[in-house]
Design a protein around this ligand. Structure first.
Ligand code: ATP
Ligand code: MN
Length: 528
């Protein structure tokens, strides 16, 4: 009798199943069957995600159920779905999966700490999706796979097939539906692989606080003295870039948990932005692109198969996904102690936040709840207005509970473990250009080398944080924002504008936030 792996218990009869297949097998199937797939000059698999080249946050739904309903922070991010509609989409996904003559299954772990990890199963139709998730999750050993048993969560990725727009509650042909009671995620109408990765992160963001564990949208690394640093930040602020530091062992670039024992990475791989990638600026990431790496939506030369990382004609969100051990200096298993330094990254396109400053624990809570960053619409400062973005916990899109739940856990952990909190602005200065990566790296080095222990600090009267007046390998004039602005009046006006934006955004949190944290926010009526 055959004991071949089957998906029959889900109502999927497809017999040919590639489960945790080797990289060459996934390459061959991808190249043979998925339009546009090619091999780059260094051996990476170049794939295309179709119409969707980023996540679809407006199409994410969470099933309302009496068991979890009271715990979810419902609103424009966490939108509800009734159980029946979920089952309609679930059936639609299974019907589609059943039409395929083969399917891929990835059985793997999320979470490096055996005490907290969950077993996940991905059922998908594309070799690209399988290889992506094999890179991003923690792959079981042969023995672990043999004893894998039933998964805790299952993702049915039928992203090649659309949702039906006439199904009640469907607003588009894309739907990403999380059902916490069935422990399932259904994906329709998006082939963007990041939906699976962030789907699992959302699950962890729900489950971990139930055990007093803080899930975090941050990168993490550890130094020679086992000193751990975590770097929070919204997309594009530098989590992946700054955590890849040859002097320190990489724990992970995007999703971690802080437990009573220390920190662990949720993932087994990294997902780096590839836009404008150069070996000079980001050698570790550049060198991680090789056989086994998935390169998403990049443009390449037809003959040489060399990637043009400056070409954003498909999307600005070009990406490389690789297992963490493609970076030279890594912490395996990706588990470490309690963070000594907590860094909040922001990309302030207004050019008024200092490139590095030290925060009190209350200011840390304030900035964590605010989750500020901004985008520069054009390329040159002053020509177009920056767009501010406040996203609680530096990742509101993935948080399931009210931000206070995470903020209280962070405040308690920072206090217990006496962590230092810093704000680093990787964005603009008054001079009209983005802070040089070389300088930002030097500031992070200074934190790690304790170089700020004996320097003079000045207090920003409005924001209250402490700004160091010198930093090794950084010209002192870039440290104080006012000094980088020629037009001091414009600086003050812009700063006042940003302060008002912070205060306006924080209003919705005031009722439930303790007064010391509210008081740690910026002040409008002081010298700027
Ligand atoms: P995501 O959550 O989407 O993965 P991320 O926080 O990991 O985002 P990165 O992938 O590190 O963000 O992106 C930062 C981008 O900004 C990179 O392309 C990097 O080269 C660029 N950059 C330019 N200047 C700086 C700087 N001073 N510090 C950090 N990154 C910089
Ligand atoms: Mn990243």
């Amino acid at each position: 009798m055959s004991t071949a792996f089957s998906l029959k218990k889900y109502g999927i009869d497809t017999e040919k199943i590639y489960r945790n297949s080797s990289v060459p097998v996934l390459y061959e199937l991808g190249l043979r069957l998925e339009k546009g797939t090619a091999i780059s000059d260094v051996g990476a698999l170049m794939t295309y995600s179709g119409e969707k080249t980023g996540r679809s946050p407006k199409d994410k739904r969470i099933v309302r159920h009496p068991d979890s309903e009271k715990n979810i922070d419902w609103g424009s991010i966490n939108m509800g779905l009734d159980e029946h509609t979920f089952m309609v989409n679930h059936e639609r996904a299974l019907d589609y999966l059943n039409t395929r003559d083969h399917l891929f299954v990835v059985d793997a772990f999320a979470g490096w700490d055996p005490n907290y990890r969950i077993k996940t199963r991905i059922v998908c139709t594309r070799a690209y999706h399988a290889l992506f998730m094999q890179n991003m999750l923690i792959m079981p050993t042969k023995e672990e796979l043999a004893n894998f048993g039933e998964p805790d969560y299952v993702i049915f990725n039928a992203g090649q097939f659309p949702a039906n727009r006439y199904t009640s509650e469907m607003t588009s042909k894309t739907s990403v539906d999380l059902n916490l009671e069935r422990k399932e995620i259904v994906i329709l109408g998006s082939e963007y692989a990041g939906e699976m990765k962030k789907g699992i992160f959302s699950v962890m963001n729900y489950l971990m606080p139930l055990q007093g564990v803080l899930p975090m949208h941050c990168s993490a690394n550890v130094g020679e003295k086992d000193d751990v640093t975590i770097l929070f930040g919204l997309s594009g602020t530098g989590k992946t870039t700054l955590s890849a530091d040859p002097k320190r062992r990489l724990i992970g670039d995007d999703e971690h948990c802080w437990t009573e024992q220390g920190t662990f990475n949720i993932e087994g791989g990294c997902y780096a932005k590839a836009i404008d990638l150069t070996p000079e600026n980001e050698p570790d990431i550049f060198n991680a692109i090789r056989f086994g790496t998935v390169l998403e939506n990049v443009v390449y030369d037809k003959d040489s198969r060399k990637v043009d990382y400056t070409d954003t004609s498909i999307t600005e969100n070009t990406r490389a996904s690789y297992p963490i051990n493609f970076i030279d200096n890594v912490q395996i298993p990706c588990v470490a102690g309690h963070p000594e330094n907590v860094i909040f990254l922001t990309c302030d396109a207004f050019g008024v936040l200092p490139p590095v400053s030290k925060l009190t624990p209350e200011q840390a809570s304030y900035h964590f709840i605010s989750g500020y960053t901004a985008k520069m619409a054009g390329t040159e400062m002053g020509i177009t207005e920056p767009t501010p973005n406040f996203s609680a916990c530096f990742g509101a899109a993935f948080m399931m509970w009210h931000p206070n739940k995470y903020a209280e856990l962070l405040a308690e952990k920072i206090k217990t473990h006496k962590a230092n909190a810093w704000l680093i602005n990787t964005g603009w200065t008054g001079s009209g250009s983005r802070m040089k990566l070389k300088y930002t790296r030097a500031m992070v080095d200074a934190i790690h080398n304790h170089s700020f222990d004996n320097v003079e600090f000045v207090t920003d009267e409005a924001f209250g944080f402490q700004i160091p007046t010198s930093c090794p390998n950084v010209p002192s004039e870039v440290l104080i924002p006012r000094n980088t602005w020629e037009d001091k009046e414009k600086y003050e006006a812009t700063k006042l504008k940003l302060i008002k934006l912070f205060n306006e955004n924080f209003k919705k949190f005031e009722a439930n936030t303790n007064p010391e944290i509210i008081a740690a926010g910026p002040k409008e009526g002081v010298a700027l």
